[in-house]
Design a protein around this ligand. Structure first.
Ligand code: HEM
Length: 138
């Protein structure tokens, strides 16, 4: 894909469409949590999650839907959200941040997304991940 296309991710619902809409995002998040739950490299962050992982899957998929410019599914079901605040009770340092980003990168790589969208998406997710780390009390 051309650079021009890459520049347009982030405007309107381009990113939401590039991720395959709600179905594509759900596939990504299912893959992400399956990986997190089965690979010991990610056990620290998996163990921070509540027992019912289906709720975390639902929340992240709905959140990413709106974050990528699609419908605001998280707010429809769960109300307003601040990403740093919902992580404030957790201890997230560089190791935990990097586990999350590595797990997400490997999951993104398995999706049928355009190569430039994969790069764009993991770069963009690094921004809130770093904000979460910097505000954590670890
Ligand atoms: C920096 C590394 C991160 C770690 C270790 C992490 C870990 C977690 C954990 C353990 C939970 C479950 C908390 C609970 O239910 O008690 C959670 C929830 C959540 N995370 Fe993260 N997360 C990270 C980054 C992100 C990023 C970058 C995003 C979004 C772009 C995100 C979005 C969410 C959402 C939407 C929820 C559900 C919040 C709720 O309604 O309770 N997380 N995260």
């Amino acid at each position: 894909m051309s650079k021009e296309n890459n520049m347009s991710y982030g405007t309107g619902d381009t990113s939401f469409q590039a991720a395959g809409g709600e179905e594509g995002i759900r596939k990504l998040v299912d893959n992400f949590y399956d990986r997190m739950g089965s690979d010991p490299r990610f056990s620290t962050i998996y163990n921070m999650h509540p027992d019912d992982i289906e709720i975390s899957i639902d929340k992240l998929a709905r959140f990413l839907c709106g974050w990528l410019g699609g419908p605001k599914r998280y707010q429809e079901k769960y109300g307003p959200i601040s990403i740093p605040s919902v992580h404030q009770h957790l201890s997230i340092g560089t190791d935990e941040r990097d586990q999350w980003l590595t797990c997400m990168k490997e999951s993104i790589d398995e999706q049928a997304y355009e190569a430039d969208f994969k790069e764009y998406l993991i770069f963009q997710l690094g921004i809130p991940a770093e904000v979460i780390r910097s505000r954590s009390n670890q």
